[in-house]
Structure formats: C-alpha cells, structure tokens
Design a protein around this ligand. Structure first.
Ligand SMILES: NC(=O)C1=CN([C@@H]2O[C@H](COP(=O)(O)OP(=O)(O)OC[C@H]3O[C@@H](n4cnc5c(N)ncnc54)[C@H](OP(=O)(O)O)[C@@H]3O)[C@@H](O)[C@H]2O)C=CC1
Ligand SMILES: N[C@@H](C[C@H]1CC(C(=O)O)=NO1)C(=O)O
Length: 319
C-alpha cells in the first residue's frame, strides 16, 4: 500500500516531513499546502484554503503548523476532510485539542492522530510506560539544552517579532538528582531556564518582552531571559536547532530499587520530530484503512503499526 501524503504548513517541521516522506518506501508526497503563494520548492504547492478539493488524492495529511495559534485555528477543518497527524504540543490544552479533533474527524468519517512529536509524543508514551512499572514511581522530564520549536513559534506569533529562537536549558544538578531518585517534587519550571533571542524593532522591545514573560503555559513560572539581537546575529548564531531530553523514572519493586531512562540527543529538532510524525502517519493510514475514526493519541496506537515491517516480521526479529 502506497500512502499518499500531504504536508500542511511549510516551516521547519513541514520541510523536514516533506523531505523524509520522499525517503519512505511506502509513501508518496502529493503536495504541500501553504498559506503562502511564494514558496519555491520542488514539489507541488497548493493554497491551504483549497486543501479540501484534494481530499480524494491524499490518504494522510501531516499538519506541520504552529501549535500556538495555527493548530487550534486550522486543524479541525483539516480533520473534517482528511486523516490527519499533528504534533500539537501545548501540553495543558491537549485534552481540549483531542476533543475538538475527535468531533471534527468523526463528522467527516476520518481519523485524527494528535500530539505525535517527541514531547508530547514519545516522551508521553515513555512516561506512561515507566509509571506503570512502579507502585510509587518517581518521575521527572528534562529538556535541552536546545531549541524548542513550539516556544520559538509562540514567540514569533507576538506582533512585531520578525524572528525568534528559544533555548531550553535544564539544571544539570537536577538531572543528576533525578537519576539518583532524589529530585523529589521538582517541577519543570524549577528545573529549566528559558533563553529567548528575538529580532524586532527597538520601539517594540518592552512590550514584546512583557508578552513573552506573561505567556501562559509557555513561559509563566520559568526563569526567562530575553535578548534582542539584529537579523545578522540571529542568522549567524541562532539558526541551529539541536535539542534533546530525558524521561527519568525510578521506584521500588519488591524492596529493590530500579530506574528507567529514555533519552534523546537531537542534532536537529525538526528532523527528529518529522521522524516521529511520519511513523505515526504510517499507523494512521493503516488504522484509517480499517475504518477507525475519531481522535487518537500515541497512547492508543500499538507500536508495531509504526514500522514499515509487518507484525510477523517484527516478531521473527525478536529472536
Ligand atoms: N511535539 C513535539 O515534540 C514537537 C512539536 N513541534 C511543533 O511543530 C510546530 C511547528 O514548528 P516549526 O515548523 O518550527 O514552526 P515554523 O514557525 O517554522 O512554521 C509554522 C508555520 O508557520 C508558517 N511559516 C513558516 N515559515 C514562515 C515564514 N517565513 N513566513 C510566514 N509563515 C511562515 C508555515 O505555514 P504556511 O506554510 O501555511 O505559511 C508553518 O507551517 C511547533 O509550533 C511545535 O508545536 C515541533 C517540534 C517538536
Ligand atoms: N514540543 C517541543 C519538544 C520538547 C522540547 C520542549 C522544551 O524545550 O520546553 N518541550 O517539549 C518543541 O516544540 O521542540
């Protein structure tokens, strides 16, 4: 089965997904759907607001839009017309997003797989798996040092911001304490600093910095540093997008201590996120072909559906 895919939104993630799809043995890129008409890329580009006309040509639509505003505004309409896969990452609003996508997907008889990146996504899967192993688990998540695409996108949505990069910096002593099972009730806000680099006109600096610091879910509660730079500096020093993180869980089982850690080291965040999203696109195509509708998270999708191999081949590789 060749999975015919579309990419909605051509930013860092969309470009990574489009490139990765073309390297898949079982996928074909039909085209990119963008709000911009000036994209010069080597695949067909269609206006985002005309996507529904292509519903019969596409099996899976990858939603590579920004989570801060694009996804809430656009994703349900895509779900009415396509099987969709998104990387929505505003953690606290995922239940509402899942409900909205479930309603929209069911209205169109489609499947919507939501929050399929690495956090939320792979880290969510690993948090649930690890917590299930211990009667009283101790679990902490750390990110970075690296560039959060979601936080960078959220800053770029502030009026007057021309470019932005947000670095997440973990407290390394907190990571070491978590590995020892001694991090207690440490929160994400306590364990990370957020460093933001912004290109904007000087007249807007004070307002922009205030809007960043007051942004709920993304920045409120964290130690935040905002640095305004010129375009040349941003381009020269802040276009790389490395990232990574840890999910560290420990506990006592039958009076013996055990710990489990899931760690990522990413040379380039969008490329790895694309790998997550494309793998869940494969699962979405298979589930949709079976008639599955509504919204699903990574917690409800069997891992074998992510692989281009069949379950029998995967079981044979156990040995
Ligand atoms: N769950 C996870 O682990 C992860 C999730 N993500 C999510 O992916 C989302 C997208 O990230 P990312 O691709 O870096 O965001 P970008 O800002 O690069 O792109 C977001 C959207 O903005 C539009 N856009 C991009 N570049 C421009 C431009 N120069 N001018 C005007 N519009 C532009 C595109 O839509 P259009 O083509 O329609 O204009 C694009 O889809 C993030 O918001 C984050 O939530 C990312 C990494 C990990
Ligand atoms: N969703 C994040 C992926 C990870 C990184 C992160 C952070 O640095 O706060 N939180 O989750 C992203 O957009 O990069």
């Amino acid at each position: 089965m060749t999975i015919r895919v579309g990419v909605a939104g051509y930013g860092n993630l969309g470009a990574s997904v489009a490139a990765l799809v073309r390297a898949q043995p079982d996928m074909e890129l039909v085209g990119v759907f963008s709000r911009r008409s000036n994209l010069t890329i080597d695949v067909p580009v269609f206006p985002a607001d005309e996507a529904a006309a292509h519903a019969d040509e596409i099996d899976v639509m990858f939603l590579c839009l920004g989570s801060a505003t694009d996804i809430p505004e656009q994703a349900p309409d895509f779900a009415r017309h396509f099987t969709t896969v998104d990387t929505y990452d505003n953690h606290h609003l995922i239940p509402a997003h899942r409900a909205a996508m479930d309603e929209a997907a069911r209205a169109g008889g489609n499947l919507a797989v939501v929050a399929t990146g690495w956090d939320p996504g792979l880290f969510s899967f690993n948090r649930v798996l690890a917590n299930a192993l211990f009667p009283e688990p101790k679990q902490h998540t750390f990110w970075g040092r690296g560039v959060s695409q979601g936080h960078s996108d959220a800053v770029r949505r502030i009026a007057g911001v021309r470019r932005a990069a947000q670095y997440t910096i973990p407290n390394t002593e907190a990571i070491a304490a978590a590995k020892r099972g001694e991090a207690g009730g440490l929160t994400g806000q306590q364990a990370h600093v957020r460093d933001v680099y912004v290109v904007a006109d000087a007249a807007d600096h004070e307002r922009i910095e205030r809007e960043i610091r007051e942004m709920p879910e993304y920045f409120v509660g964290y130690e935040v540093h905002v640095t305004f730079v010129d375009e040349e500096t941003l381009e020269a020093e802040h276009t790389g997008m490395p990232h990574g993180g840890h999910v560290i869980t420990s506990g006592i089982v039958n009076d013996t201590r055990a710990s489990i850690e899931f760690q990522l080291e990413l040379e380039r965040n969008p490329d790895f996120t694309a790998a997550c999203q494309v793998a869940y696109g494969r699962a979405a195509a298979r589930l949709a072909a079976e008639g599955k509708t509504g919204a699903l998270t990574v917690l409800e999708i069997p891992p074998y559906l992510l692989s281009p191999l069949g379950i029998d081949e995967l079981v044979e590789s156990f040995v």
